[in-house]
Design a protein around this ligand. Structure first.
Ligand code: FES
Length: 155
């Protein structure tokens, strides 16, 4: 094989190896149509707590300054978060809607219980009925603290 024949074979080899790349590069519309027909993938969760269904309802600073956090815009209903009076390391979260006739209960720090302003029903820190006329406990949420954030899991 002389030099000219060798160079001819090398040229054919190069053309053959670049042909699939050249074909793919010349058909961008087909790829764009495929991408536009499929919905974009959901964005990755930015935080593991969000992916577990937790949402921030306030800060620990706010909880400790005010004694409670009331968030009326929580998905599925209002949420009221307090520190447990028997163990401040524990936080409790309830739906503050009174089970009697639907008034919003308030956390009374001095008496360590929720009191309904409408007909004086009383509930313990975990939402259990202490005094009627309510007969059912307050709905509760799973709650946790991460850093300065108070996170509640929606029902
Ligand atoms: Fe709460 Fe009646 S609505 S005690």
């Amino acid at each position: 094989m002389n030099r000219r024949e060798f160079m001819s074979w090398v040229s054919v080899g190069c053309m053959a190896s670049f042909l699939p790349v050249a074909i793919a590069a010349c058909s961008p519309n087909e790829q764009a149509q495929t991408e536009s027909s499929n919905p974009p993938p959901p964005p990755p969760p930015t935080d593991s707590s969000e992916s577990e269904g937790f949402e921030a309802v306030g800060t620990v600073t706010e909880l400790d300054e005010n004694g409670a956090i009331l968030n009326k815009e929580f998905p599925g209903g209002s949420v009221l978060v307090i520190r447990n009076p028997e163990d401040a390391a524990i936080v409790n979260a309830v739906n503050p809607t009174c089970t009697h006739e639907g008034c919003t209960v308030e956390w009374n720090v001095g008496e360590s219980k929720y009191i309904c302003p409408c007909h004086d029903a009383e509930y313990s820190a975990d939402g259990t009925v202490l005094q009627g006329p309510a007969t059912e406990s307050l709905a509760t949420y799973t709650v946790k603290i991460e850093g300065d954030s108070v996170l509640v899991k929606s029902l």
